[in-house]
Design a protein around this ligand. Structure first.
Ligand code: FA5
Ligand code: MG
Length: 403
């Protein structure tokens, strides 16, 4: 059970999020730092990098309805069932998703609101904080932001005539609709789908080209489309951009699974932190959550400026090795445990050694935890006591045997 002191909204086994009260059960796995990050709404701040990017993307879709205030507590039905996620999809597991209780989660993506938004509008953008249990490093944080875009047309509308021609150079243009795992839906004609996909791709290429031209003016920007799978779109793609000598995934998208009668359309889901890290030169994802004026005062509404790092404080590495006692050890549970203790004082956690005992088949792990604060020097005593708490909790909560 979550028990937070002071003015917390949890009492006995109840948890209240945005005025809805839930009873906790054996699925509940929301930690205190996660609970506390709900409602920060950094995507609504016009002078915050995440808010600035939201404004740029929104300016590309002037006629769309905008939703930016939807609470993160949603039902399993909204987040998974209604979108066609298989019952054994790994995203549903407790190790990947924050459950409020068996039937409710913190949304893992903005797609959780698609069905409800379509009841009000045929073209919309949704911006929101989303929550996923994940690794700890400079580009992963358990809360990040997504923008969902979607547009529907009556099935027999002449979509072709609504496409504006944009000048973007695409390294790998639209792959054809050939994959058995990524097919055109049987109720759609190839001609219609080609028009929808051309509209989707030119719209997104336009957004990305606009964003990247702000830092890369005049330089040739390479993007490519890669086929992928989502349970709620088909065919589906990811858009990748060539950045620092590698392909970086920015968004997923596709033709919406036909759920709404005689309509046809597209949807996309764009991650804001990745773009913001590139655009503003922000080296560590934790900085987006900083309340330090040295961070916040660097940015102005509607303008892109490269982040000037203030001094880096020293980091301190601590290793911990242990045997698992059951075969149920999951790395995300360990990450969550560390976040619960060290919060934003942990920069990254890496598995540096793994060993399987030849006779007992028990697994042994060695992890290296890098502690570093972004706004002060940590003392040895502080780091040692954090590490001691991590070691204690490993035994008490994950049932491992320290080596
Ligand atoms: C989705 O979340 C789908 N809902 C996207 C979608 C919407 C597809 C509508 C089709 C139609 P995915 O898990 O790939 O897909 O996440 C989408 C984007 O969010 C990624 O491309 C990436 O930019 C961002 N993202 C995903 N995981 C993380 C993470 N841990 N940290 C930062 N950004 C992330
Ligand atoms: Mg993806």
């Amino acid at each position: 059970l979550i028990r937070f002191n002071s003015s917390s909204s949890t009492e006995n086994n109840l948890i209240t999020i945005n005025k809805t009260t839930y009873s906790q059960d054996e699925w509940t796995n929301i930690s205190k730092p996660i609970f506390n990050s709900i409602g920060r709404n950094i995507h609504l701040q016009p002078c915050h990098p995440i808010g600035i990017i939201r404004d740029i993307v929104e300016s590309h879709f002037p006629a769309f309805s905008k939703y930016s205030n939807l609470p993160p507590n949603v039902s399993v039905k909204d987040n998974f069932d209604d979108l066609g996620f298989a019952m054994d999809h790994p995203g549903r597991s407790k190790t990947d998703t924050y459950y409020i209780n068996k039937d409710n989660v913190l949304r893992t993506h903005t797609s959780a609101h698609q069905t409800a938004a379509f009841r009000e509008s045929d073209q919309f953008l949704i911006t929101a904080d989303v929550y996923r249990r994940d690794a700890i490093d400079r580009s992963h944080y358990p809360v990040f932001h997504q923008m969902e875009g979607a547009k529907l047309w009556p099935k027999h509308h002449d979509i072709e005539n609504t496409i504006q021609c944009l000048q973007v150079s695409v390294e790998q243009p639209a792959p054809p609709f050939h994959s058995l795992s990524n097919p055109v839906q049987p109720q759609h004609s190839l001609k219609q789908v080609e028009a929808v996909v051309r509209h989707l791709k030119t719209s997104l290429e336009g957004v990305i080209a606009d964003i990247f031209s702000k830092i890369n003016a005049g330089e040739h920007m390479k993007v490519r489309w890669v086929e992928t799978f989502f349970p709620f779109t088909s065919p589906s793609w990811e858009l990748e951009v060539w950045w620092n000598d590698q392909w970086l995934e920015l968004l997923g998208c596709g033709v919406i699974q036909q759920r709404k009668g005689e309509m046809l359309g597209w949807a996309f889901g764009l991650g804001l932190e990745r773009i913001a890290m590139i655009l503003f030169g922000i080296p560590d994802i934790r900085l987006f959550w900083s309340l330090d004026p040295r961070f916040l005062e660097q940015f102005q509404a509607n303008s892109i400026s490269v982040f000037k790092p203030y001094s880096m404080y020293p980091s301190c590495y601590k290793d911990v090795s242990f045997w698992e006692n059951t075969s149920s050890f999951h790395e995300n549970d360990f990450m969550e445990l560390i976040r619960g203790i060290a919060g934003d004082l942990v920069e990254d956690v890496k598995l540096i050694d793994k060993f399987i005992h030849p006779k007992t088949h028990r697994r042994s792990f060695c992890y290296r935890i890098n502690y570093r604060s972004m706004d002060r020097s940590l003392t040895h005593n502080q780091v040692n006591s954090l590490q001691q708490l991590v070691r204690n909790d490993l035994v008490a909560k994950l049932g491992v045997e320290l080596r």
